[in-house]
Design a protein around this ligand. Structure first.
Ligand SMILES: [Zn+2]
Length: 667
């Protein structure tokens, strides 16, 4: 199912008579392959596994059942498309599939009388010639190296002639997305009305780069990444055919590194066999090629070491973590790769925790399942989440740092240090100390990344009358790892509905604030001036008296009057200017309230305790969800006490500067 690299193939395509293919794994006739052992080297010229075991029939294609089923149906019904688009990651079998289609179209059967078939015989002259890459009617082109319109013209020219030997001329164009725009355009005309005896098979790793005009004329097949289990099983068969023994974990590791690509996996298998043979492993009488050799070959840190490292980090043992790092470094391992191995392990452990059935999943190597399950048992989810976040951050640091080793060590030290820090949930419990017994505590683990120092505290509104001892507070964690203190009962009332302008029925404003709100949806500029530069002197509908600040909007009173009259349909509204001082502007009132909120939040014992533990923490933005758009409490309940309702940002929230917190935020 795998094919040689593109260069490989295009070079070969030019050869008049490439070396005949030897025995294949899947049904090709021929003597069994010679065992690969140091003292019994194969007599035949060595061929890479990917080429040797390239599938020659649809049944040999692994992991592409859907594509194969559809193709089989098409052949059975005699409705085979004239243009195919095969897409998928590299090494997944695109050109291999294309060649099988070419043979299926041209096969004449052992007796020379057969028609197109989904099961090409492999022995007729057409099958043999296509297998050997020397069929005159099956032409392959690599669009990566021949992107121009002239190259395509050559093909188009060739489509005019009848097939020389076969039934159908087949043009296989690999990496078709590399063609130039002109080349695509030239191709398009032929695709629109393909000659009866011509089939195009395009292959691409980047379907999105293929023009829709071309795509729409092709039957498209998305070849999927081959799942690890299927890859490992395939590699096992190949290894057996090669008379080389691998440990199951080693094969799993190769399958995982192959990342869905059969070709890549077989190349790795090749390397592992070569290296294992040198080390005296893998032979019929020797020990099987093990996971250590494969891991070393892949540049992966030994899986056991990765587990040890994660253990050290979670137990807060920097000396142990650094010793392992030094070990990996001395052995030539890349410390960035090592950290991403740990990252991957954290992910695996988290998955095992989330889906316990994974403990029995054969996709995971044995060691991973056992030690992973043990870790999943022991480590709480928030700690795994925190470790993941810090590693992810740390990895980008390693990429940017002038010295990768230093950066990796810093990341590990930080992780170890954090392992000792109490989760914020415990901290709050401690802070509340004596009250804890009386308080209905509902504290869950935090999920913040726990860097500790920068901490923003966002309080949502204890104004006057908060209960300073926190006595009847309940604590709960909020979504992103923050925590929230609420009193019981929490008299939370929403914003006053009337502040939003309601188009129908029109409710005439009953207060000055409602008047300003009334304007907000109707005259944005007027609204701004009313809010920031207008002082209410008296409100006695339909008469309103105001004082406006100098430099305010000219004709403001008249403009407001017009909005009110037109908006309510009541011509009685009158707005008069006054010289009296009047109230503070709405903006000023809102700013004042927020200052009170800040003072109250700052004085809250929980905030003070947090400040003591995290001396560099600053009080962040103070918001009150009970306040309306003007930063003012609802008018109906202005006199009531508001219950404390503190909300903390997660520990890794950005530091908020005091300077950013002036009243502008609420204007
Ligand atoms: Zn045939």
């Amino acid at each position: 199912m795998t094919v040689p690299s593109d260069q490989d193939r295009s070079e070969e395509a030019g050869l008049p008579a490439p070396p005949a293919d030897g025995p294949g794994l899947f049904g090709d006739a021929g003597p069994p392959p010679a065992p690969v052992t140091p003292d019994a080297a194969p007599a035949a010229p060595y061929r890479v596994l990917a080429r040797k075991y390239r599938p020659t029939t649809f049944d040999d294609l692994i992991g592409q059942e859907t594509t194969v089923r559809i193709l089989r149906n098409a052949f059975a019904l005699g409705r085979v498309a004239h243009a195919f688009m095969l897409t998928g990651v590299r090494g997944v079998g695109k050109t291999t599939t294309a060649r099988i289609i070419a043979r299926a179209l041209n096969c004449t059967g052992p007796d020379g009388k057969g028609g197109p078939t989904a099961d090409p015989c492999g022995v007729c002259p057409n099958c043999v010639a296509i297998l050997a890459d020397r069929h005159p009617d099956v032409l392959e082109m690599d669009a990566a190296s021949r992107t121009g319109v002239d190259d395509v013209r050559e093909i188009i020219e060739a489509t005019r002639f009848r097939p020389m030997q076969g039934r159908m001329k087949v043009f296989i164009i690999d990496e078709v997305h590399m063609l130039s725009r002109n080349a695509f355009n030239a191709l398009l005309k032929t695709l629109e009305e393909p000659p009866a005896q011509v089939t195009f098979i395009f292959a691409t790793t980047e379907l999105r780069k293929v023009p829709v005009t071309v795509l729409s004329r092709c039957q498209t097949f998305a070849l999927r990444r081959v799942p690890q289990v299927e890859l490992a099983a395939h590699f096992d068969r190949v290894a057996q055919a090669e008379h080389v023994r691998f440990s199951p974990d080693a094969l799993s590791l190769i399958a995982r590194a192959a990342d869905g690509s059969v070709r890549d996996g077989l190349s790795l298998l090749d390397q592992a066999i070569a290296q294992g043979t040198l080390d005296g492993e893998g032979g019929t009488d020797a020990a099987p090629i093990g996971v250590d050799l494969v891991a070393g070959m892949l540049g992966l840190a030994d899986r056991g070491l990765v587990f040890d490292l994660l253990d050290a980090v979670l137990e807060g043992k920097p000396d142990r973590a650094l010793a392992i790092t030094a070990d990996v470094y001395v052995r030539g391992g890349d410390l960035g790769v090592m950290l991403s191995d740990v990252l991957e392990l954290v992910h695996t452990v988290s998955r095992i925790k989330a889906i316990p059935a994974l403990r029995d999943n054969p996709e995971l190597p044995e060691a991973e399942r056992q030690r992973g399950a043990a870790l999943a048992e022991r480590v709480p989810v928030p700690v795994l989440g925190r470790t993941w976040q810090m590693l992810l951050k740390g990895l980008s640091e390693v990429e940017q740092a002038p010295d990768r080793r230093q950066a990796a060590e810093m990341v590990l030290i930080r992780l170890c240090y954090v392992a000792d820090l109490p989760p914020p949930g415990d901290l709050v419990r401690k802070v509340l100390g004596q009250d804890a017994a009386a308080a209905p505590l509902r504290v869950s683990e935090p999920a913040g990344d726990g860097h500790g120092a920068p901490m923003a505290v966002a309080a949502s509104s204890p104004v006057t009358g908060g209960n300073p001892d926190g006595g009847n507070s309940a604590i709960r964690m909020v979504a992103n790892g923050g925590m929230q203190v609420e009193s019981t009962p929490a008299p939370r009332t929403g914003r006053v509905a009337e502040t939003a302008p309601a188009p129908e029925p029109v409710v005439p404003p009953r207060t000055w604030r409602e008047t300003v709100a009334f304007v907000s949806g109707r005259d944005a500029m007027l609204h701004g001036h009313l809010r920031h530069a207008t002082h209410l002197v008296s409100f006695a509908p339909p008469l309103i008296e105001i004082r406006i600040e100098r430099n305010s909007l000219p004709g403001l009173a008249r403009r407001l009057e017009t909005v009110l009259r037109e908006g309510t349909g009541d011509p009685a509204w009158q707005v008069r200017l006054s010289e009296d001082e009047g109230e503070a502007t709405l903006a000023e009132q809102g700013a004042e309230i927020i200052q009170l909120h800040r003072a109250a939040a700052q004085a809250h014992p929980l905030v003070q305790a947090a400040m003591q533990v995290f001396p560099t923490a600053r009080l962040g933005e103070v918001t009150d969800h009970a306040l309306d758009d003007y930063g003012l409490p609802p008018e109906e309940m202005a006199a009531q006490n508001l219950a404390p309702d503190l909300e903390f940002a997660p520990l890794d929230a950005d530091l908020v500067e005091e300077d950013d917190l002036d009243s502008d935020d609420f204007a």
